[in-house]
Structures are given as C-alpha cells and as structure tokens.
Ligand binder design. Structure first.
Ligand code: PLP
Length: 217
C-alpha cells in the first residue's frame, strides 16, 4: 500500500458514507518508522501525522518542521502528566485525554501559554484493565469536567480490543459522542479504517498500511 492507495480508499469510503470529500482526516502514524519513510510521505505533500510517544516525537519532528511547513501532529499514545508541557509544544491535537489530573494540568498550561491543542477524550470501550481511557459509564461526567475547564474538546477516541468486532466499539463511541454533542471521532486503523468511516470516523489513524510494517527492536 502507499499513501495514494490509502487516500483513494478513504475518498471511496467517504463517498459510500455520503460524507463530504476530504472530511475525514488521515493521520499517518509514523511511530517507530525510519525517517526516510516519513520523509517520503512528507515529500508527497502529506502533513498530518500521529505519534504515540512524546519523547520519540520530540526527537524527530522539530527537524522535519525545519524542512516542511504546516505539519499537523497528533499525539495518539498515553501521556504522563509530567510530559504535558512538552506535548503542548509539539502537538496540535491530543487524542488521549483520560483523567482529571491531566485535564487540570492542560487547563493550567492553556492559561499560561495562551493556546491549547485540540483534545479527544479516550474511551476504553472494551473495558480492558490494561488499556488507557475512561470507562464508557464515566465518559459523560468526564466530558463535562473537561468542558468546565474550558478545554477545546473536539471529540472521542477509542482503540477496540484486538479480538473483538470493531463495529460494536465504533458504534458505542459514536453514541457517546452524539449524546454529548461532540463531532470528532478518532477511530479506525490500518485494518478497519473503512469500517470506522462507515460509523462516522472523522479522524483515522493509519500506520502500517501507509509506511509498511513497523520494525521493532
Ligand atoms: C500504532 C497505532 C495506530 C496505527 O496502527 P496500524 O495498525 O499500524 O495502522 C493507531 N492508533 C494507535 C493508538 C496506535 O498506537
């Protein structure tokens, strides 16, 4: 697969859904990928990328930003509170807001810095003990709490359990977003982004289908 192939498939899924062309944001997940592969995708004009670790992102994106304008960076992995300031400096969106302490820290930083990344609340739709995210039953209260802090909430994010039908999780996330008046839905990865779009995804996070398999140490 290539960026062009994936973009074509995204456009087709948008048409199928009846969503406006270009309304789904394709986040190219570049974590662990060699810089040459990331550079190749930048050179094709793509500007929207996702990373799951602040440290790794801090090591490579400032250099890419010297070469390419308009890079839109999304944090899609868990965030330690003590890295929040660094995340503020690097990312335009954070998809993993999932606890009051982090929400309060972001609110304080937003005051201090005069800007704030757009936020997605991560919901642990599969209620997996090892996974980050608020439980579905706690989502409404947490969303209200984040709003009371004036955080720029864009929507919700989920990572369905690997061995379950993703549709159920996409549908649940869409339902929670709708009843809370949130438009953004960050869901769908290499294997299921078309399905996610059919359930209303506005942001899909696609790594290996664009860059090839991740080389893990
Ligand atoms: C790595 C990652 C992705 C991309 O996964 P692929 O299967 O390579 O598309 C999407 N979302 C999150 C949160 C990830 O950590």
């Amino acid at each position: 697969m290539s960026l062009q192939d994936i973009s074509d498939r995204v456009r087709a899924a948008e048409r199928e859904k009846g969503a406006p062309a270009g309304s789904v944001h394709l986040i190219a997940v570049s974590k662990v990928q060699p810089n040459e592969r990331v550079d190749a995708v930048l050179a094709q004009g793509h500007r929207c990328f996702g990373e799951n670790r602040v440290q790794e992102a801090a090591g490579k994106w400032p250099d890419f930003r010297e070469t390419y304008d308009g890079i839109d960076l999304h944090l899609i992995g868990p965030l330690q509170t003590n890295k929040a300031r660094q995340a503020f400096e690097l990312f335009q969106s954070v998809h993993t807001l999932d606890r009051p302490k982090l929400a309060k820290t972001f609110a304080r930083l937003a005051q201090e810095m005069g800007h704030c990344p757009e936020m997605f609340v991560q919901v642990n739709t599969g209620e997996e003990p090892q996974k980050a995210g608020v439980l579905p039953e706690d989502a409404d209260a947490f969303i209200a709490e984040a709003r009371a802090l004036d955080l720029p909430l864009r929507g919700l994010m989920c990572i369905p359990p690997v061995n379950e039908e993703a549709s159920l999780h996409f549908a649940l996330l869409a339902k929670i977003a709708e009843r809370n008046g949130l438009k953004g839905l960050s869901m769908g990865m290499s294997n299921d982004f078309e399905k996610a779009i059919s359930f209303g995804a506005t942001h899909i996070r696609v790594g290996s289908a664009i860059f090839g398999a991740r080389v893990t140490a």
